[in-house]
Each structure stands twice: as C-alpha cells, then as structure tokens.
Design a protein around this ligand. Structure first.
Ligand code: HEC
Length: 140
C-alpha cells in the first residue's frame, strides 16, 4: 500500500520544487527598489532638489512629462536612461549617482529587472519616498 503512495508524493514534491526554482518572484518596489532610490538618489532628485529635472519621489513625479524625455521605459531597461546612467564609467560626467561613489551591480541588476517586469510602482504611501537631507549638505 505504501509503495503506491510514495511515488505520488515524490512527484508532487519535485513538481513544486521545479516551480519554485524556475519562478523568481517579481521585484517588489516597496521592499527592493524604494530603499535603493531612498539611499542613493532622492537627496538630489526630490521636489526641493530637481537635479536633471528629475524627481524620483513617486511614480507620478518620475513619469511626468519632462524636457529630457522619460527616464524609465517600462519593459525596456536597455533603453531607459535611468539604467544607462547607472552603468556609465564613474569618470563620465553623466554617471549616476553624481557623487562619484558607485551603485553596486546587484542593485543595478535589480532595477533593470524591475523595469523589465514593467516598472511596477504602487500609488500612495507604499510608493512614495520622502525627501531627506544629505548629511553633507549644508543648510539647504
Ligand atoms: C549628488 C546628487 C545626485 C545623486 C545622489 C543622484 N543624482 Fe541623478 N542627477 C544629478 C544631476 C546633477 C543630474 C543632471 C546631470 C546632467 O544633466 O548632466 C542628474 C541627472 C540624472 C538623470 C538624467 C536626467 C536627464 O534627463 O538628463 C537620471 C536618469 C538620474 N540622474 C538618475 C539618478 C539615479 C537613479 C540616482 C540614484 C542611483 C541618482 N540619479 C543620484 C544629481 C544626482
């Protein structure tokens, strides 16, 4: 009796294992992308400091019509200025973050994957990044 039971169970287990291994969960903006933008980008890209005319505090602000064109093209990270600028050599004047310290490649890859998956950026508090002053900034 047990002999017929085990193979079925084993089949079930391996099927769920394959499913888990193949399906990486989609990038979660609030948990994975927001902290990167908050730590590395917001100090220069918020409504009180619109460097490059870019505000990354919310989806609405980041996607608003701007003279430089969109920086995020959902589904097309290879054409998104936001990704391209993170991959420039540090010496390049346009390289981001502008402070010269580089953003780790795994974070760039995460942003790239997030855009590839459609740049899902929730509305409301979950998707809003408050501005914070950079410690090295004087009284601005
Ligand atoms: C220390 C300030 C500073 C930080 C930090 C910073 N930026 Fe910038 N950013 C700038 C400035 C200044 C410009 C304008 C550069 C220019 O036009 O040559 C700019 C421009 C940009 C642009 C291009 C806008 C356009 O249309 O030309 C993008 C995209 C961008 N930043 C993304 C980011 C991202 C993403 C981060 C975080 C990983 C970041 N920046 C961090 C200062 C900063």
């Amino acid at each position: 009796m047990k002999m017929t039971f085990y193979p079925a169970l084993a089949g079930l287990l391996s099927a769920s294992f394959v499913f888990c291994a193949a399906e990486e969960p989609p990038v979660d903006f609030a948990r994975q992308i927001k902290p990167i933008f908050a730590d590395r980008c917001i100090e220069c890209h918020h409504s009180g400091s619109l460097m490059g005319d870019l505000n990354l505090q919310s989806r609405k602000l980041a996607f608003r019509q701007r003279s430089g064109g969109p920086v995020i093209l959902p589904g097309r990270p290879e054409n998104s200025l936001l990704v391209l600028m993170l991959m420039l050599p540090a010496k390049d004047k346009k390289a981001m973050p502008a402070t010269g310290h580089r953003i780790p490649m795994d974070e760039v890859n995460l942003i790239r994957r997030w855009i590839k998956e459609g740049a899902n950026w929730p509305e409301g508090d979950e998707g809003f990044i408050p501005a914070k002053k950079a410690s090295k900034e004087k009284n601005v």
